[in-house]
Ligand binder design. Structure first.
Ligand code: G6P
Ligand code: ZN
Length: 537
């Protein structure tokens, strides 16, 4: 029996950079999650008898939303739901399942690196049949639907047992509870030389941040690769991530950073975020920026079995440093510059134009799935360490000696009043035409624009993707408002300076002039009232 629930539209269900993210309290309003899920189902075609993957990062509300989404999927005509045991699926594992099961799509329940718990964040993202986040035309249609929705539907029935592996029926639909790790671990074994990594005898620390990668990392690193028990820290997914912020950066993964900089550092340190798609890479006494990690992985990927044939191309988001461009040039392959958001890589990967993609926001991945993949990056690094016998520090130094160094940092100003942040950006946009030729200390503006992207595969155009100010000599500053926050605005200022010869300098010192220029150009202090960023990554 299908039950229809009359509902009233909410006006704030516009998906951001990565799905709909709101405070848990917002999601707890009557029909809030149901309206959004129904809007997804109303918009996607071909549901009859199709397979839908559902899973999340285990955060607060995960199980409740999964239960109702299953009943709604049955009412929408799906033939099968594949759901991770305990409601758990990392984002890359969900992407893989969608692909190997030939699913129509998937619901990924996560707010990624945002904190979880009753007072924190929840999120719902729809992924399409290629395993990647829905492109803008789909999310726009979903948003339009959320504004007119009047009813949501579910098959009547009780909750299923999410903890028991195997199949059950909900209405005419089969629900299959699967091991969330098995298929993903098998894929990793295909891509990387597990025997070589095992034989290398490396030591490592992996911080799962009490989030979804715990079970994946324990199975892959400790069980299959033989790293010592205890290598995986904070390995049990908790609904509130232990009260921590599951964002693998130098602020929130401080303990790991301190370990890696101290006398007892293992060979390799890494962390992943709430839903397992981000990564933090730290060697002994050597932090690797995400932009550099992308470049170094691309330069060395051929050492791993899955990439031994070489790369077809590299793609990076616009605010990511140009380090990867230099690798692409050396390899004689294309490098694509896309707006922020993994969804922009999907078409390039589907078209076979890019093999490896990455973003400054700690995301790296390849054409093996259609999401960024934290553990994948960790395993590729391990494979490279094992194949070369070098340390992370040596790999980094050798890389910079060959390609030069793109000194890079991102300054975040969090919780800024939206009006103030918008005023800063619109004033900046208004100044763009006048900036070329202006001098800030020793820096002279060469060009300035608001980044727009034309997708080379379908010609779609995305505008207003961030303000770039390019200085003579290859330095630049980029200004953007975060699309993933849930309260106020976060201003991100991306700072970059290239130096071909001086590759062992202090990043802060190398970027000081650009930091000063950024404030002079955008009036950060004047608009935000802040004299210091909240987070420097
Ligand atoms: C999510 C997306 C990434 C993107 C990031 C940007 O993590 O999956 O692809 O780079 O958000 O976040 P921001 O807060 O800068 O919009
Ligand atoms: Zn994430």
């Amino acid at each position: 029996m299908i039950r229809e629930h009359p509902t009233t539209a909410y006006t704030d269900q516009k998906p951001g950079t990565s799905g709909l993210r709101k405070k848990v309290r917002v999601f707890q309003q009557a029909n809030y999650a149901e309206n959004f899920v129904q809007s997804v189902f109303d918009v996607v075609e071909g549901k009859e008898g199709a397979t839908l993957v559902i899973g999340g990062d285990g955060r607060f509300l995960n199980r409740e939303v999964i239960q109702v989404a299953i009943r709604m999927a049955a009412a929408a005509g799906f033939g099968r739901v594949v759901v991770g045991q305990g409601g758990i699926l990392s984002t890359p594992a969900a992407s893989n399942l969608i692909r190997i099961r030939g699913a129509l799509g998937g619901l990924v329940l996560s707010a990624s690196h945002n904190p979880g718990g009753p007072d924190e964040d929840f999120g719902i993202k729809y992924n399409i049949a290629n395993g990647g986040p829905a492109p803008e035309k789909v999310t726009e249609a979903i948003h339009a639907r959320t504004r007119t929705i009047e009813v949501w539907r579910e098959v009547e029935g009780s909750d299923i047992d999410l903890d028991a592996l195997g199949e059950t029926r909900v209405g005419d639909m089969t629900v299959e509870v699967v091991d969330p790790v098995a298929d993903y671990a098998a894929l990793m074994e295909q891509l990387f030389d597990f025997a070589a990594i095992r034989a290398a005898g490396l030591t490592m620390a992996f911080d799962a941040m009490s989030a979804v990668t715990g079970p994946y990392a324990t199975e892959i690193l400790e069980k299959r690769l033989g790293f010592a028990p205890g290598t995986v820290r904070n390995g049990t997914p908790l609904p509130d991530f232990g009260g921590h912020h599951p964002d693998p950066n130098l602020v929130h993964a401080r303990e790991l950073y301190d370990l890696m900089m101290g006398p007892d550092a293992p060979d390799f340190g890494a962390a992943s975020d709430g839903d397992g798609d981000r990564n933090l890479i730290i060697g002994r006494s050597r932090f690797v920026t995400p932009s550099d990690s992308l470049a170094m992985l691309a330069a060395n990927a051929h050492l791993a079995p899955g990439y031994s044939q070489g790369l077809k191309g590299i793609a990076r988001s616009m605010p990511t440093s140009a380090a990867a461009d230099r690798v692409a040039a050396a390899l004689g392959i294309a490098c694509y510059e896309t707006p922020t958001g993994w969804k922009f890589f999907g078409n390039l990967l589907d078209a076979g134009m890019a093999t490896i993609c990455g973003e400054e926001s700690a995301g790296t991945g390849s054409d093996h799935v259609r999401e960024k993949d934290g553990l994948w990056a960790v395993l590729l690094w391990l494979n490279i360490l094992a194949a070369t016998g070098k340390s992370v520090d040596q790999i980094a130094r050798d890389h910079w000696a060959t390609f030069g160094r793109n000194y890079y940092a991102r300054h975040d100003y969090e919780g800024v009043e939206s009006e103030r942040a918008d005023a800063l950006m619109s004033e900046l946009r208004g100044r763009l035409g006048a900036l070329p030729g202006e001098r800030f200390g020793d820096l002279v503006v060469e060009a300035a624009d608001d980044f727009a992207y034309e997708d080379p595969t379908d010609g779609s155009i995305s505008r207003n993707q961030g303000v770039r100010v390019l200085f003579e000599g290859g330095s630049r500053v980029v200004f953007r408002l975060s699309g993933t926050g849930t309260s106020g605005a976060t201003l991100r200022v991306y700072l970059e300076r290239f130096d071909a010869a001086r590759t062992d300098e202090d990043t802060t010192a190398m970027l000081a002039d650009i930091v000063a220029a950024a404030d002079a150009i955008a009036g950060i202090v004047r608009h935000t009232g802040r004299t210091q960023p909240d987070v420097v990554t």
